[in-house]
Design a protein around this ligand. Structure first.
Ligand code: DP6
Length: 339
């Protein structure tokens, strides 16, 4: 066992969404459908796990103070959930607390904590890695991802970069998709307030929507189509395949938000500025769409009002990015995720 171990993990944005759980009453994060995400290496959480003496509790949390990092806002509930997961990891890897000692968990993000992008995915993935590293676990990456999933489902995809797929067999890297060198990502922050409905609560409520019938099948079908399009995006019919991928991602994002709005009781995350951004993107796509080489960006919203945009690194798409950035400046903050 080490005296201290530090790890980090990226956040991720799902293009095919994990929304709705199987047997949710058991507290396990078993998804109703498979999902696919793109890791956001510009939005990472760092976690340090250390053995300490004289603490009042077996597990305690404190902000990780380091240049360039910002402490997350952790509610009491969030802190308890985080530390419970640290204990779960310790037990599941077969380790235990040495007598008289406790574990201090420190965490912070390398992106602004007030931008509405703080995610349980990066923090639970980094926490799992940090505790496993502290106890010198021999678990494979896939096994750690599986363990992390019990803390927060989407965190299991944060172990794989740039693309993570999570299906009935677990989470793993999705191979053959365009690399980070080919893509840019930015998040347009239109509202940085905290979520009123947590994603854990959203998973429960969506099953009450009539639209949830058929939802797992739709998501699986979209995943198949999207993987196929993304695999072909660098090939000879790449522009066509990428633009089809853009349509699938757009539809999937609306599908999830429609589930939110049609749940009983309904709820929603979009604000007027979210729609302004989406309409602007549509307008810019129409403007550039006359050119046969234009690649429309992949556009998606998480369970929140902010808009994620993933584009192809070529002249025209980067020009669209510049135009979009300029046009949203009065009402959105732009966070560049390409670090
Ligand atoms: C909308 O992973 O936050 O971001 O498993 O309850 O912690 P828990 O939920 P969480 O759900 C994420 C939902 C989503 C879509 C996604 O990331 O796939």
């Amino acid at each position: 066992m080490k005296s201290s171990f530090q790890a980090y993990a990226p956040s991720n944005i799902a293009l095919i969404k994990y929304m709705g759980k199987l047997a949710a009453e058991t507290g396990s994060n078993r998804p109703a459908n498979s999902s696919l995400s793109f890791s956001l290496n510009g939005f990472k959480t760092h976690v340090r796990a250390s053995v300490v003496e004289g603490a009042a509790e077996p597990f305690t949390w404190a902000p990780l103070r380091k240049a360039g990092l910002q402490a997350p806002h952790l509610s009491e509930h969030g802190r308890v959930r985080f530390l419970r997961h640290a204990e779960r990891v310790m037990k599941r890897i077969g380790a235990g607390l040495p007598s008289g000692k406790s574990i201090l968990i420190e965490s912070a993000n390398d992106f602004p904590s007030d931008c509405g992008l703080a995610s349980s995915a990066s923090s639970f993935a980094a926490l799992t890695m940090a505790v496993a590293g502290l106890f010198e676990s021999t678990f494979t990456t896939e096994e750690l991802a599986d363990l992390s999933r019990d803390g927060s489902g989407s965190s299991c995809r944060s172990f794989f970069s740039p693309w993570g797929v999570w299906d009935a067999e677990g989470a793993r890297a999705a191979e053959g998709l365009p690399g980070e060198d080919k893509l840019w990502h930015m998040a347009l922050i239109v509202d940085d307030s905290l979520k009123r409905v947590s994603s854990s609560e959203a998973h429960k409520r969506v099953t009450s929507s009539l639209l949830f019938r058929g939802r797992p099948e739709r998501a699986e079908e979209r995943l198949r189509q999207l993987m196929d399009c993304l695999r072909r995006a660098s090939g000879s019919d790449g522009v066509h395949a990428w633009n089809r991928a853009s349509e699938i991602v757009w539809a999937e994002s609306w599908d999830m938000h429609a589930l939110f709005e049609t749940s009983e009781p309904g709820f929603g995350y979009m604000v007027p500025e979210s729609l302004r951004v989406l309409n602007l993107i549509r307008e810019l796509n129409l403007k550039h769409g006359g050119s046969e080489n234009y690649r429309k960006p992949l556009v998606t919203l998480d369970a929140g009002p902010n808009v994620h945009v993933i584009g192809w690194r070529d002249e025209q798409s980067e020009q669209m990015k510049e135009e979009l950035t300029t046009r949203v400046r009065s009402f959105a903050r732009v966070e560049d995720g390409a670090r």
